[in-house]
Design a protein around this ligand. Structure first.
Ligand SMILES: CC(C)(COP(=O)(O)OP(=O)(O)OC[C@H]1O[C@@H](n2cnc3c(N)ncnc32)[C@H](O)[C@@H]1OP(=O)(O)O)[C@@H](O)C(=O)NCCC(=O)NCCS
Length: 191
């Protein structure tokens, strides 16, 4: 049985392994990642899907601005472990994340992804034609869902990161962990 719950600190390694398997290294090169690196996800909007306590799916939402001064969320990455795909888990995660974002009073969600998949949750490129990402992407894959009618009316400009900055690891702690063998090599930052 699949359960959806808030992501916890202890999910870190399982989630990283899941993203590696679902996306490979390309996940670190995506323009969406530029809007996530060095930031924390939006408060209360990181979820995992579990089966028998094991993480099999993940989704996060991030605070951004859609143009100079319009708050929005950026969704991603969404991933389901390869052996659990096509069982409705991605859909459950999406519906849960959208409902939670709405409950927290957010006005809209942006993402870069496949319209044939995200269209089923109401995402489209209708309101994103005058928005752009800070790097390479395909414009027809920049999609949005309004949680509040008109939230993206007239949205225009660059999408920028506005989330809380992630605390930087303290150098002394990193050196101590490395000398204890806990750090093998510099690991890429969480997606
Ligand atoms: C995309 C992803 C999250 C979907 O999760 P999932 O649990 O398999 O999705 P669901 O079971 O809810 O939905 C499955 C349906 O979505 C369709 N689907 C899956 N990925 C799709 C895509 N990229 N484009 C169009 N349709 C897609 C499946 O064909 C299936 O269709 P059906 O309902 O008509 O049979 C998962 O396949 C995944 O992690 N993929 C690798 C990472 C990735 O590419 N993520 C971003 C996608 S833009």
């Amino acid at each position: 049985m699949i359960a959806i719950r808030q992501e916890r600190h202890a999910d870190h390694d399982a989630r990283e392994a899941l993203l590696d398997r679902a996306y490979g290294d390309v996940r670190f090169t995506k323009t969406s990642q530029r809007l996530r690196e060095d930031r924390l996800p939006s408060t209360g909007l990181s979820f995992v899907a579990t089966e028998k306590g094991r993480v099999v799916g993940s989704v996060r939402l991030w605070d951004v601005s859609a143009g100079p001064s319009r708050p929005a969320l950026l969704l991603g990455p969404l991933a389901v472990s390869p052996e659990h795909q096509c069982k409705g888990i991605g859909g459950k995660l999406m519906k849960h994340a959208i409902a939670a974002a709405r409950m927290r009073g957010h006005g809209s969600i942006l993402l870069v992804g496949d319209a044939p998949y995200y269209g089923r949750f109401g995402f489209s490129a209708e309101k994103t034609g005058l928005l752009w990402m800070p790097g390479p992407y395909q414009q027809d894959r920049l999609l949005a869902l309004e949680l509040r009618a008109g939230a993206l009316d007239g949205a225009r400009g660059m999408i920028g990161a506005t989330g809380r900055l992630a605390p930087k690891p303290e150098l002394g702690a990193l050196v101590a962990a490395a000398s204890n063998g806990a750090v093998k090599s510099p690991t890429p930052r969480a997606a």
